[in-house]
Design a binder for this molecule. Structure first.
Ligand SMILES: [Fe+2]
Ligand SMILES: [Fe+2]
Length: 481
């Protein structure tokens, strides 16, 4: 009966919590701290507002969510796992082909706990990073999307906390508490990964974040969905259903920003995308600045994949704890004992591609899959520009550019992947990465637009509404104190 969602309990779930007293109690104990975290985080006036949100009510891919007006603190954060696949086998590593684990295998306990904690830590971190964006929402539609992403990241925290509480005893409980103790950007207790300690200062950053960084999240979830530890696999499979919307918000958000810029340029008869001052005077964000934001967010996200060659990654693959992207569709022995894989290395200060043992290149492989996945949206953005007849092309920079982690991190490269001197870098950087002045300009456009059906100057309206609602639908019923 695992696919039936219990909604009569404090914590909606499809894991029969009502007959699992120990875990139910632990979660009920954790719950008030979570609600406090949420209440302290999101500005007061939005806690009282009615937001048109989807809530997961089933794990059936068709019709798993229902839409309704909800006050966010009353959102039904639940624990939902994808249905158990009968006779599921461990898909990779030295145990490939053995039955999937329903309990934590003792020898991999520490490794599993660490992966779950790292994944769990990113979920509330992004809500913390985005906490002030409601105040400058370019429309009620966008505000609703922001809050949808936020409540679902909150639910993803619940998903990881459930695994910790159910399968890791006392130290799992401690880790669950620490997930609420750490705070994005905090001096004493920062979030675990660097990219999750930076504030998301404006809406273009939010869209870039949901496009690029949520997509890193997607790849990590895809890899964990292949886990031989079945409860983790099932948890991640359902999280991926929600994650798709976050990347939709990012892709269409950037796309609509580009669209509006191109339209405004055409209306004003400006052909040259580098007429920055003239274009900015129209109240839109010039394309070269959007490219700089893309460069920044893409390269920050690449760093989240870790070192190109990594024994940690080899160990978790070999243990069957974390697989490759679409492991089940790959046509090899899923053990990789004698395979090789091409990775970037630095030789005589030049990025070159070299074969290394495939087992050690698991991170790099996932990053390559990520880059391919991320390129899709970029070419759709370019179609928008092309259709408007403007001569400009968005590009993913070379993987060596602006890196803090991995083989490229102690040298300087331009976005084409050419090694440059410090002076050349300083000279070029203002055209490659957003400057403080760019940030000031974008910030100057961040004025709230709270009238139903209206949009801020710098962003086009969406093609279709959420849940097929009409253009002037009131996605958020604001309650301003
Ligand atoms: Fe998430
Ligand atoms: Fe997400």
């Amino acid at each position: 009966m695992l696919d039936i969602v219990e909604y009569d309990t404090l914590i909606p779930n499809n894991v029969s919590l009502s007959s699992d007293r120990r875990v139910l109690k632990a979660l009920e104990k954790w719950h008030p701290g979570y609600i406090n975290w949420w209440n302290d985080l999101i500005p007061r006036q939005f806690q009282e507002s009615l937001v048109y949100l989807r809530t997961a009510v089933s794990v059936d891919p068709k019709g798993w969510a229902k839409f309704d007006y909800v006050k966010m603190p009353e959102y039904r954060w639940g624990i939902l796992l994808a249905p158990q696949v009968e006779d599921r086998k461990i898909p990779c590593g030295e145990h490939a082909g053995e039955p999937a684990w329903q309990e934590v295998p003792g020898e991999y306990r520490a490794m599993l706990r660490r992966l779950i904690v790292i994944q769990g830590d990113t979920e509330p971190a992004s809500v913390e990073q985005q906490r002030h964006l409601g105040l400058t929402a370019p429309s009620l539609y966008d505000m609703r999307n922001l809050f949808q992403v936020n409540v679902e990241e909150g639910r993803h925290l619940w998903a990881m906390v459930y695994l910790l509480q159910k399968y890791f005893g006392a130290d799992g409980r401690e880790e669950a508490d620490d997930l609420l103790r750490r705070q994005s950007g905090s001096e004493e207790a920062p979030r675990m990964l660097g990219a999750f300690n930076e504030e998301t200062p404006d809406w273009l950053s939010f869209f870039m974040f949901t496009y690029f960084t949520d997509r890193d999240g997607k790849m990590q979830l895809e890899a964990l969905a292949q886990s031989g530890f079945d409860p983790l696999s099932r948890t991640c499979r359902f999280m991926l259903t929600e994650e798709a919307h976050h990347m939709f918000v990012g892709e269409t958000g950037v796309g609509r920003t580009i669209q509006r810029t191109c339209e405004a340029m055409k209306e004003a008869g400006i052909e040259d995308p580098y007429e920055i001052e003239k274009i900015r005077a129209l109240g839109v964000i010039d394309l070269p600045t959007i490219q700089k934001k893309l460069n920044l967010h893409y390269t920050l996200s690449l760093d989240l994949f870790g070192q190109e060659v990594s024994t940690n990654a080899a160990n978790s693959f070999n243990a069957g704890i974390k697989g490759r992207y679409m492991e089940h569709r790959l046509d090899d022995d899923h053990k990789l004992q004698s395979d090789s894989y091409v990775v970037w290395q630095l030789e005589d200060d030049k990025p070159v591609q070299r074969e290394v043992p495939a087992l050690t290149a698991i991170n790099m492989r996932l990053r390559d899959d990520y880059t391919r996945d991320a390129a899709g949206g970029v070419s759709r953005w370019n179609k928008i520009i092309e259709k408007e007849g403007i001569n400009f092309e968005m590009k993913l920079p070379h993987e060596s550019f602006n890196r803090k982690i991995g083989v490229f991190s102690d040298k300087l490269f331009n976005p084409e992947g050419k090694l440059v001197s410090g002076a050349e870098y300083d000279q070029g950087a203002k055209n490659w990465l957003p400057t403080h002045a760019d940030g000031d300009f974008i910030q100057s456009l961040m004025k709230p637009c709270y009238e139903p059906g209206k949009y801020a100057s710098w962003i086009a309206s969406p093609k279709v509404g959420i849940d097929n609602k009409p253009g002037d639908f009131e996605y958020v019923k604001l309650h301003m104190a």
